[in-house]
Design a binder for this molecule. Structure first.
Ligand code: HEM
Ligand SMILES: *[C@@H]1O[C@H](CO)[C@@H](O)[C@H](O)[C@H]1NC(C)=O
Ligand SMILES: *[C@@H]1O[C@H](CO)[C@@H](O)[C@H](O)[C@H]1NC(C)=O
Length: 496
């Protein structure tokens, strides 16, 4: 009896100590974590967050808690950085600490820890460095990349011309043209717009883009019960299947490349990667594996197609809303480029108005309002807060692109945001649609070249004729989820 009593007391003391210690630990950590609304277990801050307009909810929270705060998306803790100062301090001044990639649990199934976009550590460092140099030196393939885009722009213009002024939705045309640039870079050649294999590949990627905006994915975004989701039917299962098919497609192309590789004359990204694998074949820990190649290739498609094509699709919608702006761009095209040759990158510096319009398109559409999630790679002191290793971070690009001091009237589309009073181009550190720091978009240069060359080629050859009256054109996004997608529309292109 006495023995049992002592044991019980001893156990109780132990348990109390452990509980106290745990509470003390979590309290002392919570004290240092950035503030935020109290979370409910499992569902987190669902009461404070509107899934249909998450950026708006986060904006409200920043007004209450300041520029650095913590929210719980389901069980996932996220530190949100809201405003230019904190985004810059994290991504640029403390670049290394914040250079990790955070991956939402459900999406982990696609990523397998290699490739460029979602990898971390040494794998990411090596694959990113390789990709950047390969994109840079190669110019890619037989032709320089600029020439390749100019050529694709002419195919696009010709295809548009064949629509003979009939109104149509130009999305697919733009997606095909943009995808073809990535195809030239990774596979060494463009595809014909009617090519069956090409169309299948694009369809698979597009289907996934659409699913990303469907309800289930919103739920995933919230991270509810990711393990159970694995067993439930729904669009996310189709997404996983689709990625499998894209994988097969790319594996086949890699095999063909292996058969025909001439190491002294790499034709494209895949050849360059195969050469790198050969150089590293004695290194048992090499990050350059077939899987990394396949994953990096898919990453270039996923990161490089939807982003750039949507910017163009959205841009053409905005220009229909403001025909006087489109006309001013055309005047500048006529005076700087004329009608006898294709636009080239050297023209841009003499076209401040067009440059400002393109910057304003990217600022206004705010394509990735949350950025792509980051993570801190070690325990990090940030301002007066403590952020534990691996915490997910949202460095909110929308908060920078909509800063009202830098861009007065930020909800309005106004190329004046990027023009000086004397009409010269006005640079802004707040122009961050590609993010900043160590994870900054690896395709920024390519994307900017594509947007400029495709847009100017289109406006050089056509005037946009909207179906609706311009005051009825809605230029706000369909719904704000992970990405801002424009309303679908039809338009006719009148040859000039
Ligand atoms: C308008 C077009 C584009 C926009 C707005 C855009 C935006 C972004 C953003 C915001 C990120 C995340 C940066 C971060 O984590 O801090 C990113 C990453 C990335 N982008 Fe782009 N991007 C565009 C086009 C492209 C193109 C054409 C390519 C193709 C080469 C590309 C390849 C990548 C890659 C590989 C990453 C991952 C970088 C890393 O994790 O280290 N992007 N992009
Ligand atoms: C587009 O316009 C330019 C300038 O007028 C011309 O050189 C080019 O051939 C046109 N492109 C097509 C495909 O018609
Ligand atoms: C135009 O204005 C900007 C700033 O207001 C100034 O830096 C630039 O030198 C001016 N350029 C010309 C050509 O007057």
């Amino acid at each position: 009896m006495e023995l049992l009593g002592t044991t019980t007391v001893f156990l109780l003391v132990c348990i109390s100590c452990m509980l106290l210690f745990a509470t003390w630990r979590s309290m002392s950590q919570n004290q240092k974590l950035p503030p935020g609304p109290t979370a409910i277990p499992i569902v987190g801050n669902i009461l404070q967050l509107n899934p249909w307009n998450l950026p708006q909810s986060l904006k409200k929270l920043s007004e209450k808690y300041g520029p650095v705060f913590t929210v719980h998306l389901g069980p996932q803790k996220v530190v949100v950085l809201y405003g230019y100062d904190v985004v810059k301090e994290a991504l640029i001044d403390q670049a290394d600490d914040f250079s990790g990639r955070g991956v939402l649990p459900l999406l982990k199934r696609f990523f397998r820890g290699t490739g460029i976009v979602t990898s971390n550590g040494e794998t990411w460092r090596q694959l990113r460095r390789f990709t950047l140099t390969t994109l840079r030196d190669f110019g890619m393939g037989k032709k320089g990349i600029e020439e390749r885009i100019q050529e694709e722009a002419q195919f696009l213009v010709e295809r548009i011309r064949n629509t003979q002024e009939q109104p149509f939705n130009p999305s697919n045309f733009l997606i095909h043209a943009v995808s073809n640039i990535i195809c030239s870079i990774v596979f060494g050649d463009r595809f014909d717009y009617e090519d069956k294999k090409f169309l299948t590949l694009i369809e698979l990627l597009e289907e996934n883009n659409k699913y990303q905006n469907s309800l289930q994915i919103q739920v995933c975004m919230y991270n509810f019960l990711p393990t159970i989701m694995d067993f439930l039917p729904g669009p996310h299962q189709k997404m996983i299947q689709n990625i499998g098919k894209v994988d097969e497609f790319i594996s086949e192309i890699i095999k063909e490349h292996q058969k025909t590789l001439d190491p002294t004359y790499p034709r494209d990204f895949i050849d360059a990667f195969l050469n790198k694998m050969e150089q590293e074949k004695r290194n048992a820990h090499s990050h350059f594996t077939i899987e990394a190649l396949s994953r990096s290739t898919i990453d270039l498609f996923l990161a490089g197609t939807g982003t750039t094509s949507n910017t163009l699709i959205y841009g053409l919608l905005i220009l229909q809303k403001y025909p006087e702006i489109a006309e001013k761009v055309q005047k500048e095209i006529d005076s700087v480029i004329g009608r006898d040759r294709s636009p080239c990158m050297a023209d841009r510096s003499q076209m401040p108005y067009t440059d400002a319009v393109i910057h304003e398109i990217q600022r206004f559409i705010d394509f990735l309002p949350f950025n792509v999630p980051h993570a801190v790679i070690r325990d990090t002191k940030f301002r007066d807060y403590f952020i534990p290793k691996d915490t997910m971070i949202f460095p909110m690009l929308t908060s920078v692109l909509h800063d009202s001091k830098e861009f007065p009237n930020p909800e309005k589309f106004d190329p004046g945001h990027f023009l000086n009073a004397n009409g010269t181009f006005k640079k802004s550190d707040y122009f961050m649609p590609f993010s900043a720091g160590k994870r900054v978009c690896a395709g920024e240069g390519l994307a900017r070249m594509e947007i400029f060359l495709f847009l100017t080629a289109i406006l050089q050859n056509f005037t946009l004729k909207p179906v609706l009256d311009c005051k009825d054109i809605d230029i706000f996004p369909v719904a704000t989820t992970l990405a801002n997608i424009p309303q679908p529309y039809k338009v006719s292109f009148l040859p000039r």
